[in-house]
Write a protein that binds this ligand. Structure first.
Ligand code: FES
Ligand code: FES
Length: 160
């Protein structure tokens, strides 16, 4: 796509099952498109260094940090945000295992968990920790998050 300086770029992106056509700044990040253009504020911005994972979404089924993707790169693609994610079991498991405190990291963590469980339906604790290492939670110490993901996988109805 060739865009001259000062021009906007036309994009067509399917988000949570709905196609949106917009004109965007060529440098706009996908996370801002989702939050500011579409009002999908479940996707958070937790850092400016691409490290926290609070902005995680699925792009054509793969988990990505939406602060590392330009909106124009998602042209023609399919995006799923926390609002459109079919992850009832994971959300329940997070609640039951007290895996959220401030909750700021939670949407990204749940999207990442969903992706992890799609790739590894029965992950070991090590695979879970590896799978979420790009998502930072500063308050739960990960133990409950790991338990929640294990429970959501159907492998570990661990309580307490
Ligand atoms: S806001 Fe994207 S990784 Fe932190
Ligand atoms: S619940 Fe607070 S940063 Fe994750």
């Amino acid at each position: 796509m060739l865009v001259r300086p000062g021009e906007k770029a036309k994009v067509k992106i399917k988000v949570n099952g709905i196609w949106y056509e917009r004109e965007v700044e060529p440098r706009q990040l996908l996370v801002h498109f989702l939050r500011d253009e579409l009002g999908l504020t479940g996707t958070k911005v937790g850092c400016d260094t691409s490290t926290c994972g609070a902005c995680t979404v699925l792009l054509n089924g793969k988990s990505v940090k939406s602060c590392t993707v330009l909106t124009v790169q998602a042209d023609g693609a399919e995006v799923t945000t926390i609002e459109g994610l079919d992850a009832k079991d994971i959300k329940e498991a997070f609640k039951e295992n007290f895996a959220l405190q401030c909750g700021y990291c939670t949407p990204g963590m749940i999207v990442q968990s969903f992706y992890l469980l799609k790739e590894y339906p029965h992950p070991s604790e090590e695979e879970i920790r590896e799978g979420i290492h790009g998502n930072i939670c500063r308050c739960t110490g990960y133990q409950n998050i790991v338990k929640a993901i294990k429970q959501a996988s159907g492998d570990g109805h661990v309580h307490g």
